[in-house]
Design a protein around this ligand. Structure first.
Ligand code: NAD
Ligand code: ZN
Length: 679
């Protein structure tokens, strides 16, 4: 039987009450705000249709949650209310129209536009400029006494400064946790194996509502004031001000106020503000979930007054939610270049922060265990700023009966080799090496990439085809490719095959640094490869280097040294290298310059423009071997500027300052003289 409207209302109210309790009292919500908001709107709609079913305790009529008994209680002299929400421009026009009708006004409103900080509301009471009490919002009428905790937040003055401070001033604002602090706090918790905070709001609420203020003191909390509550002020300074001016006044008394706040006229300016803040959302140091639009004129505010749980003169214009609920459809296991197995969540596509998300990384087995996630679960996806989407939680209450635990494979899904997990490391790896097609493909993609051997026209798709057709089983096979084998591939015409063979031939001439990088040794990036090349000057010297010799290279620590040692000790890798050399891969010989032979010692050199014979980094490394300090900007202290093609302002500056200028040939000549490159 279909439930009646009254039963439906009751069921939603109960569900929202549970969510409220988890969110406000426990500081541990189980569903994203967007899910709460969806259900809330459903209730609002039902209640609009059937006003007879509205109850006093409906979440649409009340604010927040009951204060925790473990804190002393504080009665708010003026209630601390919530805000109505707008989700689209239409909601904003409706808001303006409602107010205009009520006030019988035809002109535009002055709106104070403020970021909607995602933290928790607090009230701070100053008497004669001294902080005497602080409280949470609680249920809007009664809050929790958190005075000692608030006193630990350095941004909040204990004593106001300046002139005409009211006898009593109740400041309202948001306590929140900046994103950097949130990331740090969670990283520490992860290292200790503790539970993580789902988002900065929960972290702020959980940190502030501690019985022990010493704990609060260690948490990176911040505060911005956004309103004035009760005032007793013989000078009546605040009475004649508008809301925006009041905030400016609070700032003068030493209270932090958000610098993004703006006073604007009319609705279209509000939309501009919304857009502008939305564009900059990811740049802000703290999380916001929208903007708050307030009528700034206090007489108008007064005339508009309040409804059940929110003022009529303000609205929260929400941004697209950064956390959404969706379903985990499956987990795939991807094999990376070094064999690392990464579980990837396949999700029911969902729009998060304005972008459709259908995959999210699950990192590793530890992460899966920590989340306790099962296939079929409802999961919370978070996508904040440019950070890749994450699964931050599971809604256990909504786990379906058919949910199945995620089975981490014991064999590589591609080559069936054993998966190894080094104790103390979170990563599991396929032990197949280059005999694993997945690792082979990723290694080859790396091998031919721009900063490695840089083979033009050998893109990812083609690499996969070459491996799938068994034309390439190791990097050296690339150099054995010929016309007939290439023409056997789909969509490969003679002309492009010819071009590709040409590019492959050209790539045989490379540099030692590129070659080392191309080998894909773990944690040996471009910069490290270059350092190794300049330091050892030959592949043999590098391959035979002892651990101590490796550690002597700048940028090489014990982990990298160990990876290098392992790599070159492995017969399989020795064969890969030998085959490449046998195929004619080569590079200009480099001789090690004796330490005494440093003709550029003590000189500052600036490189500018495009070089023809080598990259900027290579030139820099060679200059450094000759003793030069390579700098990025030209000054009177510069000894030489090396100008390649299209040199611009640095060359102009060098000429202005009479700094000697070399062209590329001058530099090459010096390198040749010292045997750094072939003549
Ligand atoms: N996930 C859950 O289970 C769950 C449960 C309950 C509530 N919630 C979330 O909380 C919302 C309701 O909470 P609420 O009543 O605190 O309302 P709200 O967060 O939507 O808006 C009111 C609050 O905004 C804050 N605020 C931030 N910047 C402000 C500014 N410049 N001026 C004025 N206020 C500012 C204040 O703390 C104020 O109390 C819901 O819409 C939902 O998103 C989620
Ligand atoms: Zn494998």
């Amino acid at each position: 039987m279909k439930p009646t409207a009254e039963q439906q209302c009751a069921a939603i109210r109960q569900q929202l009450a549970d969510y409220n309790y988890q969110y406000y009292v426990l500081d541990a919500p189980t569903v994203p705000d967007a899910e709460y908001d969806r259900l809330y709107r459903e209730l609002q709609k039902l209640e609009q249709q059937f006003p007879e079913f509205i109850t006093q305790d409906s979440p649409t009529q009340r604010v927040g949650g009951a204060p925790l008994a473990k804190f002393a209680q504080v009665q708010h002299r003026l209630p601390m209310l919530s805000l109505d929400n707008a989700f689209a421009a239409e909601d904003l026009s409706a808001f303006s129209k409602r107010m205009r009708d009520r006030l019988d006004l035809s002109g535009e409103f002055s709106f104070c536009c403020e970021p909607k900080l995602d933290g928790l509301a607090v009230s701070i009471r100053y008497e004669n400029g001294q902080l005497v009490q602080a409280a949470t919002r609680g249920d809007g009428y009664t809050g929790e006494d958190i005075t000692s905790n608030i006193r630990t937040i350095r941004a909040i003055p204990l004593q106001l400064k300046g002139e005409s401070i009211p006898a009593v001033l109740e400041v309202r604002g948001e306590v929140f946790m900046p994103l950097a602090g949130f990331a740090r706090l969670n990283e520490q918790a992860r290292q200790r194996g503790d539970k993580l905070f789902a988002n900065p709001r929960n972290a702020a609420a959980g940190s502030l509502r501690q019985l022990d203020p010493a704990i609060t003191a260690t948490r990176p909390l911040m505060f911005y004031a956004y309103a004035v509550g009760q005032v007793e002020d013989p000078t009546q300074l605040l009475d004649s001000a508008c809301h925006y001016q009041r905030l400016q006044q609070l700032k003068q008394w030493g209270l932090p106020v958000c610098p993004e706040i703006q006073l604007v006229t009319g609705e279209s300016a509000v939309l501009d503000y919304y857009q502008q803040i939305l564009t900059r959302r990811a740049e802000l140091a703290y999380e916001i979930d929208g903007v708050v639009i307030k009528v700034s004129n206090l007489a108008q505010q007064q005339a508009l007054g309040f409804v059940a749980r929110a003022p009529r003169w303000a609205i929260a214009f929400k941004f697209p939610a950064q956390e959404m609920l969706t379903t985990l459809l499956d987990v795939d296991f991807q094999v990376g270049r070094t064999g690392a197995i990464t579980p990837v969540a396949r999700l029911e596509p969902v729009s998060v922060g304005g972008v459709t998300v259908s995959n999210a990384t699950l990192h590793n087995q530890d992460e899966i265990n920590r989340l306790g996630v099962q296939i079929g679960d409802k999961v919370i996806i978070r996508r904040a700023g440019d950070v890749i989407p994450q699964i931050v939680g599971v809604v256990l209450e909504q786990r379906p009966e058919h949910a199945v635990p995620v089975q981490f494979p014991s064999r590589c899904p591609v080559c069936q080799a054993h998966i190894e997990r080094v104790s103390g490391e979170a990563v599991a790896r396929c032990s197949g090496g280059l005999s694993c097609q997945a690792q082979l493909k990723e290694s080859l993609k790396h091998f031919v990439s721009r900063k490695a051997l840089d083979i033009d026209g050998l893109g990812d798709k083609l690499v996969e085809q070459l491996v799938d057709h068994a034309l390439v089983k190791a990097p050296a096979d690339i150099f054995a490719l010929d016309m007939p084998s290439l023409l056997g591939l789909e969509r490969m015409a003679e002309k492009s095959a010819l071009k590709l063979l040409q590019a492959i031939k050209q790539a045989k001439t490379t540099t030692l640094a590129r070659f080392i990088y191309a080998l894909g040794i773990r944690e040996v990036g471009e910069a490290t490869a270059l350092n190794l090349a300049t330091h050892f000057a030959s592949l043999d010297a590098l391959a035979q280097a002892s651990n101590e010799q490796l550690l002597a290279v700048s940028d090489v620590g014990s982990v990298v040294a160990e990876h290098l040692g392992h790599f070159f000790a492995e017969p399989h890798n020795q064969a890969v290298v030998a085959d490449l050399l046998a195929q004619g891969v080569h590079w200009p010989a480099m001789s090690k310059v004796a330490a005494t032979e440093q003709p550029l010692a003590g000189q500052t050199v600036v490189l500018t423009g495009t070089l023809q014979s080598m990259g900027r980094d290579e030139a820099k490394a060679l200059l450094q071997r000759l003793g030069a300090k390579v700098s990025g900007s030209v000054s009177a202290k510069t000894h030489v500027v090396v100008a390649g093609d299209n040199a611009g302002s640095k060359l102009v500056k060098a000429n202005e300052l009479n700094v000697p200028v070399w062209d590329e040939a001058d530099m090459l000549q010096l390198f040749q003289q010292h045997g750094l490159v072939d003549a």
